[in-house]
Design a protein around this ligand. Structure first.
Ligand code: G3P
Ligand code: CA
Length: 264
């Protein structure tokens, strides 16, 4: 078979801090992203959504109540959907106390804030477009934010600087149409027969660990894409994933993964 031309060929397995180093700091906050570096991740992952006034914010759930004090601050706004609030309203929320009191000053960051705060730190960014069906046009707005912070777009395959992924493969395709040089990932486990077609716009297939087999990893590699799997926090699982030949592992505990990778 022809050699795979992708970034990960023969490279180390990439260590991705899921929602930041989210075992140790509140997920999807600057504290968690900064901690990813201290915990020896190669990249940090985050989830992008949009406010009512079309600002890009970092939040996993499509509602604000689990990871902020929105219920307390806005008691009449149930079910606290991200897209029902303006950025100014969201910025009033405490995004850290739910995790630990010492994080009470953490706010829901904007994508722009993260791009500038984390620029030049040596950590790559795995950017998930979360629930894009709720935010028509979000791909173009993400592309615009990246263009305003162009150091993230200076792509060198060896650096793993930026990858854009989604469970919504059409959203990934739309993003690829806007910024075709940015590597992309498809979350999920597409059928083997569909891989060659998907490889026209995707660089990674990123399945949940439960779905993963060595045969599937080999098929993705045959289609010249990489495999990053999620979310592994147990070192025995991490070792098994390494044995399956994955190119990257997404974890809440990048320090645990670092030790596994040093042994393997
Ligand atoms: O990057 C993989 C992972 O983030 C996908 O699942 O639900 O944590 O966004 P979720
Ligand atoms: Ca995610």
């Amino acid at each position: 078979p022809e050699p795979r031309p992708r970034a990960q060929q023969d490279a180390d397995i990439v260590n991705v801090a899921h929602r930041g180093a989210s075992a140790y700091a509140p997920e999807n906050t600057l504290a968690a992203f900064r901690l990813a570096e201290a915990k020896q991740a190669d990249m940090f992952e985050l989830d992008v959504q949009e406010t009512k006034d079309h600002q890009l914010v970092i939040m996993h759930d499509t509602t604000l109540d689990r990871t902020t004090d929105a219920e307390e601050v806005y008691p009449d706004r149930k079910p606290w959907k991200v897209g029902d609030f303006t950025l100014a309203e969201i910025e009033k929320l405490d995004a850290g106390s739910w995790f630990a009191k010492k994080y009470e000053d953490e706010r829901v960051p904007t994508l722009g804030r993260v791009l500038s705060a984390m620029r030049g730190k040596g950590l790559g960014l795995l950017l998930e477009i979360k629930s894009p069906e709720l935010y028509p046009g979000v791909e173009e707005r993400i592309a615009a934010a990246l263009r305003r912070s162009p150091s993230w777009l200076r792509y060198d395959p060896g650096e793993r600087r930026l990858v854009v992924q989604s469970f919504d493969w059409e959203s990934v395709r739309r993003f690829h149409d806007v910024l075709p040089k940015v590597p992309t990932g498809l979350l999920g486990t597409p059928k083997v027969a569909d891989l060659p077609e998907l490889a026209k716009y995707a660089d990674q297939i990123n399945p949940t660990y439960g779905d993963l087999t060595k045969a599937y990893v080999d098929k993705v590699h045959d289609a010249r894409m990489d495999v990053l799997t999620w979310t592994l926090n147990d070192s025995a699982d991490m070792e098994k994933a390494v044995g399956l030949g994955v190119d990257g592992i997404i974890t809440n505990e990048p320090d645990v993964l670092r030790k596994v990778l040093e042994r393997s």
